[in-house]
Design a protein around this ligand. Structure first.
Ligand code: HEC
Length: 133
């Protein structure tokens, strides 16, 4: 049986490429935390994870979010980091978004905001691309 080596990473990359209207371009767009993810944290997470409010010990303020996410153990599951570059299934933020964090041994509610498919694909694609700054 033929195994396609890119099949594991493909869905998010393809979805993102399609949604950005560049289906003819096979390579996924390169994502950057500061340019592509910070605006999402600002829009969807600020009320509870910025300034004086940092539920779960998670600060997502501009200039601090990256250092609070990538390679940092989750408060709710210290054996797992919040974002593991290249590995969404071992990134607590991703599990908490998908609501599978309890199965992994975490606790609390799933992330209480509705993200669009494009926003989800952006987070997934960024993690898969190695979570670049
Ligand atoms: C309305 C408030 C609220 C919003 C908005 C919110 N969160 Fe949270 N978040 C919480 C609370 C409360 C906790 C701790 C309790 C829980 O997990 O149920 C938490 C915990 C977390 C944790 C666990 C941190 C750890 O290290 O264990 C992560 C990850 C997280 N939130 C990510 C996000 C992200 C990403 C967004 C935006 C997309 C977001 N949250 C938006 C309230 C919020």
């Amino acid at each position: 049986m033929l195994v396609n080596p890119v099949s594991r990473a493909a869905p998010a990359a393809v979805l993102l490429a399609l949604m950005l209207g560049c289906a003819a371009e096979p390579a996924a767009p390169r994502l950057s935390h500061d340019r592509d993810l910070q605006p999402l944290w600002d829009a969807k997470c600020a009320d509870c994870h910025m300034g004086t409010q940092a539920f779960g010990g998670l600060f997502l303020d501009p200039g601090h979010a990256y250092e609070n996410l990538v390679g940092v153990p989750a408060s709710q599951l210290p054996t797992m980091v919040r974002i593991r570059a290249g590995d969404p299934k071992r990134s607590y933020v991703w599990l908490k978004l998908k609501g599978t964090h309890l199965e992994a041994g975490g606790y609390g509610e799933p992330i209480p905001v509705v993200l669009t498919d494009l926003e989800e694909a952006r987070i997934l694609g960024w993690i898969e691309q190695g979570a670049p700054r």
